[in-house]
Design a protein around this ligand. Structure first.
Ligand SMILES: Nc1ncnc2c1ncn2[C@@H]1O[C@H](COP(=O)(O)OP(=O)(O)OP(=O)(O)O)[C@@H](O)[C@H]1O
Ligand SMILES: [Mg+2]
Length: 386
């Protein structure tokens, strides 16, 4: 059995909604944003399920992961993915062209696509805009072009990223409203930060206002049963029941890696022990252990870092005034020594550098990993009860 549990039906249904929306789903053409916690399989789902489903339905897919290379700006990453696709379309034997010929009605000559612009000029100042380039692609391919940006929330933290989103939006607005467009432009963004991703569609000054934002469909009991079947074949550990295992999976935030770790620990239960009794305990312990590592990093950065982190973690991801004199007074009280306003920035920078907090916009901060924030809150609640 394959290692990756696939969800072809779910993917095919999503592809259908995106490419051939019914009246109620037409809004999806304005853009679709999927958000889900870290390590829950978003990228795996895109690469193994959704992209193949979209391609099988005849669409041309351009995929960019903004986390693949944090040194390069989001705009440069998107641009280079688009250019690569354009180059492939001009290359007669490229697999992308073969696919288009196979599924679509694209009338592709023996020599590939011919564009009325130079590749190098795309996205350059005064050159061909993304909107112009993608319009030509839609017109020649006679099919839908789907641009998928994984971890899209990184784009809104910089000016250049925001420009890139606006450029994609104008591609959408150049292509879709034409009365007899031979295909549509569809944008899909995913992200680990729910509040941030929703904000992309909700705030009026964001490029994709009005687009649809939905939770990423996490793996569920079907995945767990698939995993248990594979384990049964190997007879490696005493097997828990499907119900208990599914519950443990939920405890672990529906994260496959954590689930495997938990199941591995079943090897160490005493002979004759009941896995159904042990697994919930293992899962509960692992759940906080993962977040503890992150919370330890905060502690190691010192008292002021902890106070700043707590101020940010106690909001719903939109902490403001982190550097205000009111905040300085709060930190002073929390750590019992005087904190001046100018002391705050360097320590906040340490937290940012360790990816524990993230800047979400001008003067707005949030905890990077919502799961860590959740565990922090649970601990806080326990602490205040004691
Ligand atoms: N359908 C699946 N079947 C088996 N394993 C999976 C599946 N989906 C994800 N995984 C495993 O879970 C881990 C996380 O997957 P993935 O990187 O796709 O998640 P993600 O949500 O994109 O994470 P990140 O937040 O780091 O971007 C990987 O080790 C992956 O192999
Ligand atoms: Mg990912």
């Amino acid at each position: 059995m394959a290692e990756i549990y696939r969800r072809p039906e779910l993917a095919a249904q999503m592809a259908k909604q995106l490419l051939h929306p019914g009246v109620l789903d037409e809004g999806l053409r304005s853009g679709l944003f999927l958000s889900g916690l870290r390590r829950t399989g978003k990228t795996t789902f895109l690469l193994n399920d959704l992209i193949p489903a979209l391609e099988d339905a005849g669409a041309l897919v351009i995929y960019v992961d903004l986390w693949s290379d944090t040194q390069t700006s989001p705009a440069a990453l998107v641009l280079s993915a688009v250019k690569k696709t354009l180059a492939d379309l001009q290359t007669p034997a490229s697999s992308i062209l073969q696919k288009l010929k196979r599924v679509g009605g694209a009338d592709v000559g023996a020599f590939g696509f011919k564009f009325g612009f130079k590749l190098d000029s795309v996205g350059a100042e005064g050159g061909t805009t993304l909107a112009q380039a993608l319009t030509e692609v839609v017109d020649q391919a006679k099919t839908d072009v789907v641009v998928i940006v994984d971890e899209v929330q990184h784009a809104i933290t910089s000016e250049d990223g925001n420009q890139m989103l606006l450029a994609l939006k104008s591609a959408r607005d150049a292509i879709n409203p034409r009365p007899d467009t031979p295909g549509h432009f569809i944008f899909i963004g995913t992200g680990s930060h729910r509040a941030l991703v929703s904000e992309l569609t909700a705030r009026r000054n964001q490029a994709f206002t009005g687009a649809t934002s939905v939770p990423y469909p996490v793996l569920n009991g079907d995945y767990v049963e698939h995993l248990l079947k594979r384990l049964a074949q190997e007879a490696a550990v005493p097997l828990p029941s499907a119900a208990v295992a599914t519950h443990a999976f939920a405890t672990l935030g529906n994260r496959p890696e954590e689930m495997l770790k938990a199941l591995r620990q079943l090897r160490h239960i005493p002979p004759g022990g009941n896995p159904d009794e042990h697994l919930p305990v293992i899962a509960a312990t692992l759940r906080s252990a993962a977040a503890d590592i992150e919370l330890m990093k905060v502690e190691q950065l010192g008292g002021l870092a902890t106070a700043i982190f707590e101020r940010i973690a106690s909001t719903d991801g939109d902490a403001r005034g982190v550097f205000s004199s009111e905040a300085a007074a709060e930190y002073t009280k929390a750590i019992g020594r005087e904190v001046r306003v100018e002391d705050i920035q360097p320590v906040a920078n340490d937290l940012l550098a360790a990816n524990l907090i993230m800047r979400r916009g001008h003067g707005v901060y949030g905890v990077t990993d919502p799961f860590v924030q959740e565990i922090w809150r649970e601990k806080k609640a326990l602490g205040s009860k004691a």
